[in-house]
Ligand binder design. Sequence first.
Ligand code: 6CS
Length: 303
Amino acid sequence: MTAFDPSRRRLLRGVGAAGIGVPLAGWLSACSKTDPDTGQEVVEDTSDLPGVLGRGESQGYLTVAIFNEPPYTKLEPDGTVTGAEPDVLRAVLSKFNIDDIQGERVEYESMIPALQAGRVDVIAAGLFMKQSRCAEVLYTEPVIVSTESFAVPPGNPNGIASVQDVHDNPDLRIAVLPGGFEQGILVEAGVPEDQQVIVRDNVTGVESLGADRADAFFLPTLSLEGLAEDNDDFEITGIVEDAPKTGSGAAFEKSETEAVAMYNKELAKFKNSQEFVDIMNEWGFDPAAVEGVTSEELCANEG
Ligand code: 6CS
């Protein structure tokens, strides 16, 4: 199969519309028929793209796992999925004639199983790269690099600033999301389970401080800053310097090597575009932070 040239597809689509009066995008993408056994509509894959990209072009969208944690991901009231990672995913997928993504809210700990079970086509949630995750899925090159902080009661009464502080004081209770990157950091640092307070979502995490169920809530800095816009009952520490470097890109099933290689080529071009800078700036990320950072580097994170 010849290498995919997005401009060729756009050209073909133009010729189709002009030449034969049929929206070629429709001809190129989906021919559906009813399965005689199940009676369900079956969308035939008429795309010449590999794997998940071909499925996306044929069905017109991909289903993406998100958590709804701005600025990484956000589910708007009308169901539109946005956030730094989904916005980049949508922009790059459009180069493959896949014009829509549909968000599925999934707990971080369940995202990889959902991908492996085929419940979602891709993860674009700020699911930070580390060894155990990179062994299970195929990440694209990174889109964002970010930092971790603690939310603490006003005045930071326990003086929590690092993972070492938590490790050194067994009385400290730290709220974390189940299966989240931050819980993994505590585990890698030898912080026992009885110091980990599992919270189901970010609002519950900050509320655990006021309820004296936890002494800190461990989450990415930008996520805490987003929560602070609606809640002034907590403070945000500086960057946790002894947390590993966090970063993520979209994650596909492990077998999607050809599709991810094609996606990465378009992503590399996109990361040099003004549109990428605009998306990063809109969500508060530094577009330059990811320059020179690779999935290989981030997948070396322990845990
Ligand atoms: O990768 C993770 O598990 C973490 N990522 C984000 C964006 N928020 C919290 C979560 O634990």
